[in-house]
Design a binder for this molecule. Structure first.
Ligand code: PLP
Length: 398
């Protein structure tokens, strides 16, 4: 049975072109880029070229503003803890209630360490209230850390506007964005529209590079203490021998993404919209989460009332469809999604939430198979639900 992989916000297949770019650095060009002989200088050159390529992708002129890390989680930790440690006189941090745990968990840790953290809520579509954002900025605000696109719903926050408003209020407030889900899916210009962003985090494996490499953009002049301390790599800002093969792969993946932004996004959006429409027509009593907000073109988050998400995922798994549940049951906890809860999606619907996320490797045939199978699976699960009879006969509110 062919697997239909529709979980690209979790991770992506490594692009064949990326595998080819990496190969020499796993075989013949294995040298430590810090070593002082000729073959190592070639490795160091590849590292420098990759850094320049990554910087160029974001419209940056200065490659040293890019620090390579092991993953987005390392980047967000380095950014947030690094800023707080470098600026002990200010203790207020602003974030949102719908961040990935890589930011949310760090902010909760900051609270335990004595910082005052404001967690902004969202409306039913997943949008932030910009007026509220302005109101919570304070004279002692040190850092704003707000994600670019949400991993569960694909909802895109107005980072350009939020970063601009931050700097207009107080240019010394540092603005970080977790762009793990937007990098590679949309163009990002850190000297153009996102020029007020000081720090940006992302991971390679969300954009067809391997797992185990990420990056952090730090605008020149941003006050931030190093997170990993040791050797002099990355100009002393992130110690540890650089993962040259995967860094080369990351640069290649970004290059491929930039070449394909327009065509691929249009095609992927077509797949997502076709699935969304078919699900809407064939399955009653559902919510399409984030539909009223700007969204990534690849993400569809659907909540089916009176359905247990886990049973649905088990059926999909048996049929070869890989997708994610809105609850965290796959990671061993049955906690409903904090993102959907923050959006005020009723609990009965949050439990039956599924996220489909596509990439350039998905086809029309994948969507056809999901359209054929998914409504039947929902109907099967509902047949055994004690609540379904009640709900299907009840009038629906808005
Ligand atoms: N931030 C967001 C928005 C994510 O979606 C993810 C991964 O799902 C992360 C951070 C963490 O990425 P990684 O596991 O590569 O560190």
């Amino acid at each position: 049975m062919n697997v239909i992989y529709a979980d690209n916000n979790a991770t992506t297949r490594v692009a064949p072109e990326v595998v080819e770019a990496i190969r020499p650095f796993l075989t013949t060009e294995y040298f430590n880029p810090s070593s002082m002989y000729e073959p190592a200088r070639r490795t160091a050159d590849a590292l420098a070229q990759s850094r320049a390529e990554v910087a160029r992708h974001f419209g940056l002129a200065d490659p040293s503003e890019i620090i390579f890390t092991g993953c987005a989680t390392e980047s967000t930790n380095a950014a947030i803890f690094g800023v707080v440690r470098a600026n002990p006189n200010r203790r207020h941090v602003i974030t949102t209630a719908v961040e990935h745990p890589a930011v949310l968990g760090v902010c909760k840790e900051l609270e335990r360490e004595g910082c005052d953290v404001t967690f902004l809520g969202v409306d039913r579509d997943g949008n932030l209230d910009v007026g509220e954002f302005i109101r919570v900025l304070r004279p002692d605000t040190l850092l704003v850390t707000i994600m670019h696109a949400n991993n569960e719903t694909g909802v895109i926050f107005p980072i350009e506007q939020l970063a601009r408003l931050t700097k207009e209020t107080d240019p010394s407030i540092i603005f970080h964005t977790d762009a793990t889900q937007s990098v590679g899916k949309m163009p990002i210009d850190l000297r153009g529209e996102l020029q007020n962003v000081d720090m940006l985090s992302f991971s390679g494996h969300k954009l067809h590079a391997p797992k185990g490499v990420g990056a952090l953009y730090v605008k020149r002049g941003t006050r931030c203490r190093p997170f990993l301390i040791g050797g002099h790599q990355e100009e002393g800002r992130r110690a540890g021998t650089e993962n040259v093969p995967y860094i080369v792969g990351l640069a290649k993946a970004l290059q491929l993404a930039a070449e394909g932004f327009l065509d691929e996004n249009t095609r992927v959006l077509g797949l997502r919209d076709r699935l969304e429409k078919a699900i809407g027509e064939r399955i009653p009593h559902i919510e399409i989460n984030g539909r009223g907000a700007p969204r990534l073109p690849n993400t569809l988050n659907v909540s089916c009332h009176c359905v247990e998400g886990e049973s649905l995922l088990t059926q999909m798994d048996a049929y070869g469809i890989c997708a994610s549940s809105g609850s965290a049951c796959t990671s061993g906890s049955l906690e409903p999604s904090h993102v959907l809860r923050a959006m005020n999606i009723p609990d009965a619907a949050v439990q039956g939430s599924v996220r489909f996320s596509f990439s350039r490797y998905n086809t029309d045939a994948d969507v056809d198979r999901i359209i054929e199978a998914f409504p039947k699976m929902v109907a099967n699960v509902r047949r055994i639900s004690p609540y379904w009879d009640q709900e299907k006969n009840a009038p629906r509110l808005g």
